[in-house]
Write a protein that binds this ligand. Structure first.
Ligand code: CA
Length: 236
């Protein structure tokens, strides 16, 4: 699946090279020339992954990683540090700061893409194309089909594109409570311009779409907190 990848790199030639390679692999790169720029961009839209250069003017890449990890909204963004240093002590500093991985310059585009895939698999299962099964439902991001089995026959459910993304995100993060703001960030990619009530509207539509499979109850409302996908059979 295509991912929004925020590149924080002050050297234009390297930033452009990264962007070209990521675009070629089907991703959407976004460029920031400093940590401060990156923080500004993140205020509006959360990226799926960040590539952060270690040596930046102003705030360093390590300081940026630390700051992202300390914020409730940004703590789960997968981070890969780009570094010209390969000494063990530096690597440990980077990983301690919260980076998921690091790549030493110069690196091959192939290696970079493999690292991005690995980090996404670990930290952002909703960006994976593999089918997910939970609570009697099967969601396949490759074909965008939602199916269930009734009386030994596989049947398909009709979901709108937003309901599909919402269900896929919740099924890849089951049993966890997601606030409306977090769902806007993760499913809509925007928590600034869309009202939280929008989430309620789409949750309602999602439940209606799941009703033929008797799975509407799997999407639970957690009062005062948000929504949760549960795999437990409802107690009735
Ligand atoms: Ca640099």
């Amino acid at each position: 699946m295509s991912s929004n990848i925020l590149i924080v790199e002050d050297e234009p030639a390297i930033a452009e090279l990264l962007a070209v390679n990521l675009r070629h692999a089907g991703h959407c790169p976004i460029l920031a020339a400093s940590a401060e720029d990156a923080l500004r961009l993140i205020r509006d839209v959360l990226p799926d992954v960040m590539l952060i250069d270690w040596m930046l003017p102003g705030m360093s890449g390590v300081a940026l990683a630390r700051e992202l990890r300390s914020g409730a909204r940004t703590r789960d963004i997968p981070l890969i540090l780009l570094t010209a240093r390969s000494e063990e002590a530096d690597t440990i500093t980077g990983l301690d700061a919260g980076a998921d991985d690091y790549i030493t310059k110069p690196f091959s585009p192939k290696e970079l893409l493999a690292r991005i895939r690995a980090v996404l698999r670990r930290r952002a299962p909703q960006l994976n194309d593999e089918p997910v099964r939970a609570g009697g439902l099967a969601v396949d991001p490759g074909t965008r089909r939602v199916t269930y089995t009734a009386d030994g026959v596989e049947r398909e459910l009709r979901l709108g594109p937003t309901e599909f993304k919402l269900l896929h995100f919740m099924m890849t993060h089951p049993e966890r409570v997601h606030s409306r703001a977090a769902l806007l960030d993760k499913v809509w990619g925007d928590h600034v311009f869309i009202e939280e009530r929008t989430v309620d509207v789409h949750i309602k539509r999602l439940r209606e779409a799941l009703a033929p499979a008797h799975c509407a109850e799997l999407v639970e409302t957690v009062r005062g907190a948000g929504y949760r996908f549960t795999q437990r059979a409802p107690a009735h």
